[in-house]
Ligand binder design. Structure first.
Ligand code: NA7
Length: 557
């Protein structure tokens, strides 16, 4: 008789129903594996379920962002804009989930609060917010890179009498900003999308800027039936190009040396790229932009010139030009009407470098200089990137080791997929994987396919346990860290380097090696080599008492 009180058991539990989790559960369902997916939110979509703020849209070309795995989906789905907006993106993910009947494998409102590895049984015990315990042999963490929003550490936030929200937690019901006095805190990729969208709709808009960002035009356009038909005929070619470029886009870096071509040629290229859609200005540029101070400074000055052309008031234009970092060493926001917004009489820029925020009041915000009154405060203040969602779960591995504590001192993974001392736990798009610095779904499909092949290998050999050796994890982490040495990015204060002033321990002065900087083709070669060599660096065992397993491990290390 089965024990009625025994926890629900699955072979695999996937955590997260974003772009990665949806595809991972599809692969497992196709294999007929006993698997379920647990999602904290009330429905699927991850990033595209949550970020409902005005202006939220892809910065990737829509047709390079969609899944590539299904010809039917590619043939049936019509992207309406080159850079599609959040409502449409969420519709797309629902379309995919419904097409493959994936909802039946998903459990919503099921936030995983703890995941403890049971060494005796070689299983994971997951505690869900509704009080249930679920067990599984393998857990796939598909938690998202930017899924934990962070608010400023300001006094008085609860005193504010108007409406206020972080962009990630934008209400599901429409928010009418017409005629309102609105504040936006932050000038990252999110704020820049919001500001461009709402500047001409609100009564009055005040932007609180701590540091400006280098932004460039999105140059979005509508995709006609004819455009879409042409895209469909090119899908194989499009995905092949994405697979060979470092960023997983159609944008290929210019392979000529920056200083090998004349200044006139460089400027002619920048003039062209500035007016083209998407990340070309960043990713089709000379590679030295990312590594050479002089090249970066010359290009940054070019972009500063563009800002000065677009913003009429010279004093405001100067405030919008970044001084502490060059173009492209932080994530480049793409914008529509962002700089032009500052030419409107109802839009005001507050430079927090001159007078920092002091507190939130009942009626608005106070800087060290004065009070401002608002109806609405929009916090576009970023995320506890990449490790944040893992830290929020009490994840304990071998010997009760806590992942949160381990990552407090050093982020260490193997391929961004495995963590030493956390057996049977895989991250198809974890920190130090290829996903973070690439067109996200392109990296996700690769990570999910690789993890699925690993699981098939495990099942074929009837292993009960798979884990990375300490040496392999140390080698990978060292490799990831070394790649930062040549990148100007290492000096920037951004989520790429683990900076976040709103999270204790992530402030300036510490660099966290979160991003694999080698580009997608190198990453894919690395993970494929590991698989081809029988998953070198991963120790497999057939279970048994944990002592036996450890002994087997030591031999294979
Ligand atoms: P980002 O890029 O981390 O930007 C956050 C912004 O908020 C940035 O301008 C910050 O200024 C500002 N910020 C954060 N905390 C504060 C406080 N306490 N006071 C004032 N200003 C603050 O997040 P986004 O959401 O814009 O973009 C995240 C990613 O989403 C993006 O890269 C895309 O991949 C999609 P700072 O620069 O730290 O001085």
């Amino acid at each position: 008789m089965p024990d009625k009180n025994a926890p629900e058991h699955y072979e695999v539990i996937v955590v997260g129903a974003g772009v990665a989790g949806i595809y991972q559960i599809k692969r497992l369902a196709d294999l007929g594996v006993n698997a379920t997916l647990l999602e904290a939110a009330a429905d699927l979509g991850g990033t595209w379920y949550n970020n409902r703020y005005p202006g939220a849209r892809f910065d990737s070309e829509s047709y390079t962002y969609g899944y590539s795995f299904s010809k039917e989906v590619l043939d049936e789905w019509h992207w309406k804009e080159a850079f599609s907006g959040q409502p449409e993106n969420l519709k797309y993910l629902n379309f995919v989930a419904e097409k493959f009947d994936l909802r039946k494998h998903m459990q919503f409102n099921s936030r995983v609060e703890a995941a403890h590895f049971d060494e005796g049984e070689n299983i994971w015990r997951l505690h869900v917010c509704d009080g249930r315990e679920l067990t599984c042999r393998f857990v796939v963490m598909a938690l998202g890179l930017l899924s934990i929003p962070t608010l400023p550490r300001l006094a008085g936030m609860e005193d504010f009498k108007g409406e206020s929200f972080h962009t990630f937690d934008w209400p599901h019901e429409p928010v009418d900003l017409t005629g309102k006095k609105v504040a936006v805190i932050g000038t990252g990729a999110t704020a820049i999308q919001v500001i461009g969208e709402i500047a001409d709709k609100v009564g009055d808009l005040t932007i609180f800027q701590r540091r400006p960002n280098w932004a460039a035009p999105l140059n979005n356009y509508k995709v006609s039936d004819a455009n879409m038909a042409a895209i469909r005929t090119r899908y194989d070619e499009i995905f092949a190009t994405c697979a060979r470029t470092p960023g997983g886009f159609e944008h290929e870096p210019d392979r000529r040396g920056f200083f090998e071509v004349s200044r006139e040629e460089r400027v002619a290229m920048w003039d062209r790229l500035y007016d083209e859609p998407g990340f070309g200005i960043w990713l089709q540029n000379f590679r030295e932009i990312f590594t050479d101070e002089e090249a970066n400074a010359e290009f940054s000055e070019y972009i500063a010139g563009r800002i000065r052309q677009r913003v009429k008031d010279p004093a405001t234009a100067e405030k919008l030009v970044p001084r502490d970092h060059g173009f492209g060493v932080q994530r480049v926001p793409l914008e529509t009407n962002y700089y032009e917004a500052y030419n409107q009489p109802n839009v005001h820029l507050v430079d927090l470098g001159e007078a920092p925020l002091d507190r939130v009041t009942a009626t608005g915000l106070r800087t060290t200089e004065r009070d401002y009154d608002f109806d609405v405060i929009i916090y576009a203040t970023g995320f506890d990137a990449m490790t944040g969602a893992h830290d929020r779960i009490d994840i304990r591995g071998v010997g009760g080791a806590r992942l949160r504590d381990k990552w407090r001192t050093e982020i260490s993974t193997f391929l961004g997929i495995f963590i030493h001392d956390f057996p049977n736990l895989f991250m198809p798009n974890g920190p130090q994987s290829g996903s973070a610095s690439t067109n996200y779904p392109r990296g996700i499909e690769i990570g999910v396919n690789w993890c699925t092949a690993l699981l098939e290998h495990i099942w074929a050999h009837k292993y009960a346990r798979a884990e990375v050796t300490a040496e392999a994890a140390a080698r990978w982490t060292d490799h990831v860290e070394k790649m930062y040495e040549v990148m100007l990015m290492r000096k920037a204060k951004s989520w790429f380097t683990g900076y976040n002033s709103n999270v204790e321990g992530h402030e300036e002065g510490t660099i966290r090696y979160l991003v694999y900087n080698g580009g997608m083709p190198k990453y894919v070669a690395a993970i494929n080599d590991v698989a081809a060599e029988g998953y070198k660096g991963v120790a497999f065992s057939d279970g048994g008492p944990s002592g036996t397993t450890r002994a087997t491990l030591e031999k294979t290390a």
